[in-house]
Structures are given as structure tokens and as C-alpha cells.
Write a protein that binds this ligand. Structure first.
Ligand SMILES: CC(C)(COP(=O)(O)OP(=O)(O)OC[C@H]1O[C@@H](n2cnc3c(N)ncnc32)[C@H](O)[C@@H]1OP(=O)(O)O)[C@@H](O)C(=O)NCCC(=O)NCCS
Length: 219
């Protein structure tokens, strides 16, 4: 396999990163064919497109030079408090519009999950999360297509992003994952992230015992 290139996100990468997001969105596995969340655009609006559209300066893609396609990414923010306010202003109205006028009738299974997420979202705004955002102000998301995993690309993306955060004077970074993501857990552990908080998961209500784990690291 020729050397994968890591570079900043460009507009033309959007279909590629949407594909990566969807093919890794179910606790690290693909959503394709599961009939769980068929509105792919809504899924990527929820979990990825904010970063591409509003913080591209903190968005790196891994591109296969043979296809010129994004096959992985790492994205996030340097300031989670500010990001959450921007997300509420910029993306939430788009999510609500799509969910109401399209998803609700075209993809009822996706709508059901979105409603369950919205219902439980308000329950977890406690002081522990606020403290995490204070101590580790940045956060990140990393996803790589299965056929490009386990060849050191996650390590390269993470090195790139951590260096980028340090260059911006950021003192700490956190992330959320699932207790059933068996690829991500050993990866984050190897990268020196430590578990700082856990709570019941808001996504995939049908999976029993599912938790969201927050990991963090000082930079
Ligand atoms: C998690 C992920 C980003 C790791 O990226 P990667 O490129 O495969 O990881 P690397 O090849 O750089 O691996 C670095 C180390 O992490 C650990 N690791 C990575 N993947 C692992 C796996 N599947 N099982 C066990 N350990 C793993 C190993 O210690 C590995 O070192 P080694 O290969 O020398 O043993 C990648 O598997 C992925 O994108 N998964 C699907 C999406 C996902 O779950 N994203 C996180 C959502 S919170």
C-alpha cells in the first residue's frame, strides 16, 4: 500500500469523510446494512459535518494517493465550551429541519434514535463534564476505514493532532467513546489517555449495558 498522505481538510473531501464516519459509526464498526440509522446525511450532520464546515482549521484527513479519497480523519476543537455554543447555533437548526421534514417520514428508525438521544441529552450536563471541559478544553474524533486500520495510521493522525493542539497552546484534550468499542479502547490506552468519566450511552438504546466513556490526556 502506498504511503497515505495526511493533510488539512478540503471541501472536496466531504463525501469521503461522510463515508468514513458512516462506515465506522457503530461502536467502531460500519452502519451499512444494519437498518439502524439509514439517514446517512443526518448521521454525519450529528457527528462530523460541524467540524468540516465550521472548524476546518482543526480537521486533518488521511488520503490514499492512489484514489485521492479520504480514508480516515481526525477532527475536533481547541475549545469545547465555545464549540458547543457554535454547534447549537449552526448545526442544531439544520438537524431539526432535516429530521422534521425528511427523516421523520423517510427514515423513521433514524428519527426514533434521534428522539431518544434528544430526550436523554439534558440529563448529563453535570459538574463532572464541566470540569473535564475546563481541565481538557480540546476534544477530538478519529475514524479510519477498516481496510486501512492497524497499519499505524491512527498513530500518525493522533501525533499530527496532538502537535497541532500543542502549537495552539492547548493544555489538555478529551474524547468520548463506547465501552464496547474494542478497537478504540486499546488504542487510546496506548496513546496515554486515562478514563475520567462514564455515563449511560445516549446512542444505540437497543444495546444493553452500553456506556459512554470519557478519556482525557494532558498535552
Ligand atoms: C481506533 C482506530 C482509530 C485505531 O487506528 P489504527 O490506525 O488502527 O491504530 P494503529 O495502527 O496506529 O495502532 C496503534 C496501537 O493501538 C492499539 N490498537 C489499535 N487498534 C487495535 C485493535 N483493533 N485491537 C487492539 N489494539 C489496537 C495497538 O496497541 C496498536 O499498536 P500495535 O499495532 O503496535 O499493536 C481505528 O481502529 C479506527 O478508526 N476504528 C474505527 C473507528 C473508531 O472506533 N474510532 C474511535 C471512535 S471513539
Amino acid at each position: 500500500m502506498s504511503e497515505v498522505i495526511i493533510r488539512k481538510y478540503q471541501k472536496a473531501d466531504q463525501p469521503g469523510v461522510e463515508n468514513v464516519c458512516y462506515r465506522t459509526g457503530y461502536m467502531g464498526e460500519g452502519l451499512d446494512g444494519r437498518n439502524l440509522f439509514n439517514d446517512k446525511r443526518l448521521f454525519t450532520l450529528l457527528f462530523n459535518l460541524y467540524y468540516a464546515h465550521f472548524e476546518p482549521e482543526h480537521y486533518f484527513v488521511a488520503v490514499d494517493p492512489k484514489t485521492d479519497q479520504a480514508i480516515g480523519y481526525i477532527c475536533g476543537t481547541t475549545d469545547t465550551e465555545a464549540q458547543e455554543k457554535r454547534l447549537t447555533r449552526k448545526i442544531v437548526p439544520r438537524i431539526l429541519l432535516r429530521a422534521t421534514f425528511y427523516t421523520s417520514w423517510r427514515h423513521p428508525e433514524s428519527f426514533r434514535i434521534l428522539r431518544a438521544m434528544a430526550k436523554s441529552a439534558g440529563q448529563f450536563t453535570g459538574s463532572a463534564l464541566a470540569e473535564i471541559k475546563q481541565t481538557y478544553p480540546a476534544h477530538l474524533h478519529i475514524d479510519i476505514l477498516p481496510e486501512y486500520q492497524r497499519i499505524g495510521l491512527g498513530t500518525r493522525l493522533m501525533d499530527t493532532f496532538e502537535d497541532h493542539l500543542r502549537a495552539h497552546g492547548v493544555k489538555g484534550v478529551h474524547l468520548g467513546t463506547s465501552n464496547q468499542n474494542y478497537k478504540a479502547l486499546p488504542f487510546y490506552e496506548k496513546r496515554g489517555f486515562q478514563l475520567v468519566y462514564e455515563m449511560p450511552a445516549q446512542l444505540w438504546p437497543e444495546v444493553s449495558g452500553l456506556k459512554t466513556l470519557f478519556f482525557a490526556k494532558c498535552l
